[in-house]
Ligand binder design. Structure first.
Ligand SMILES: CC(C)(COP(=O)(O)OP(=O)(O)OC[C@H]1O[C@@H](n2cnc3c(N)ncnc32)[C@H](O)[C@@H]1O)[C@@H](O)C(=O)NCCC(=O)NCCS
Ligand SMILES: Nc1ncnc2c1ncn2[C@@H]1O[C@H](COP(=O)(O)OP(=O)(O)OP(=O)(O)O)[C@@H](O)[C@H]1O
Length: 229
């Protein structure tokens, strides 16, 4: 199985690109969705986060007030690191199980959309790595427009992540998303044919089909040995 890493910066266009993958039949594991489930009321992650940050971060419904928690952690490195430390084990195991489900369904190529792929050192598990890159001005403008944030809040969120220029240097494939959606679609078509190229042998053995082939080979080998003895 080929596990493609999709990353970038906040509001650089990862979800826009991951929607294109889904529209083309490629399964996508989305770390932001998994992280949202980790904070669902009453879950293990919710309990740990409420114990550390206090009930002030809760709405009257006892769901986490996400904008409030976001405001806290994106303006304080220590609070953000604490939140990351509390949530990381739940997020990584969630990603693992989602990948396993796709493996069991027989997927040959999957995309994992992880905003903090490099920061969380998960890049070693994915190949190739696709980085959706934009200039900082485009990133700030799109973030302010999409989330209705002030420039200061938007800058805090951008600064909470590894710079996009650094991420671009670590990529196998870069999507330059500064232009319009037509330009994005043109680049995406090339990326799609790149990630759909035939699997390498290692990727094949990692797929469900490959694992069953190994099992079949081992079983028939044992059967032949038994016949010979
Ligand atoms: C702080 C929270 C509650 C704010 O929620 P909110 O709905 O406003 O934002 P959302 O979850 O949609 O995230 C938007 C983007 O923010 C960025 N981001 C989120 N968490 C972090 C973080 N800890 N460090 C840096 N950037 C982050 C990502 O680019 C993400 O795509 C939420 O982001 C959260 O739970 N963060 C911690 C979990 C995490 O690390 N998520 C990233 C998945 S790898
Ligand atoms: N090529 C583009 N032209 C114009 N707008 C775009 C383009 N690509 C994305 N956008 C817009 O920019 C905003 C950010 O895009 P998107 O939500 O896909 O980013 P993201 O990287 O998934 O963000 P996050 O890290 O916050 O989840 C959205 O409002 C989206 O519609």
């Amino acid at each position: 199985m080929r596990i493609v890493g999709l990353t970038g910066g906040i509001a650089s266009g990862k979800s826009t690109v991951s929607n294109l993958f889904k529209a083309n039949g490629i399964p996508v594991v989305d770390a932001d969705v998994i992280a949202r489930n980790v904070l669902k009321k009453g879950s293990g992650g919710w309990k740990r986060v409420v114990a550390a940050f206090g009930e002030d971060i809760l709405l009257p419904s006892r769901e986490v007030d996400r904008p409030k928690l976001g405001q806290m952690v994106f303006s304080s490195d220590s609070k953000r690191q604490l939140l990351n430390k509390l949530m990381a084990p739940y997020i990584s195991s969630g990603i693992f199980w989602e990948i396993l489900k796709e493996w069991a369904k027989g997927a040959k190529v999957i995309v994992v959309d992880i905003p903090l792929l490099f920061e969380a050192k998960m890049d070693k598990w994915t190949k190739p790595i696709v980085v959706v890159w934009v200039s900082q001005d485009t990133q700030l403008n799109r973030l302010m427009e999409r989330d209705g944030l002030s420039e200061e809040d938007a800058r805090n969120r951008v600064m909470a992540q590894m710079s996009l220029d650094l991420k671009r240097g670590k990529a196998d494939i870069v999507i330059d998303n500064n232009g319009g959606l037509d330009e994005l679609h043109q680049q995406f078509d090339k990326v799609l044919s790149e990630i759909r190229r035939p699997l390498t042998w290692i990727e094949f053995w990692r797929s469900r089909q490959g694992a069953f082939s190994i099992l079949g080979l081992v079983t028939s080998g044992l059967f032949v040995c038994k016949q010979l003895n």
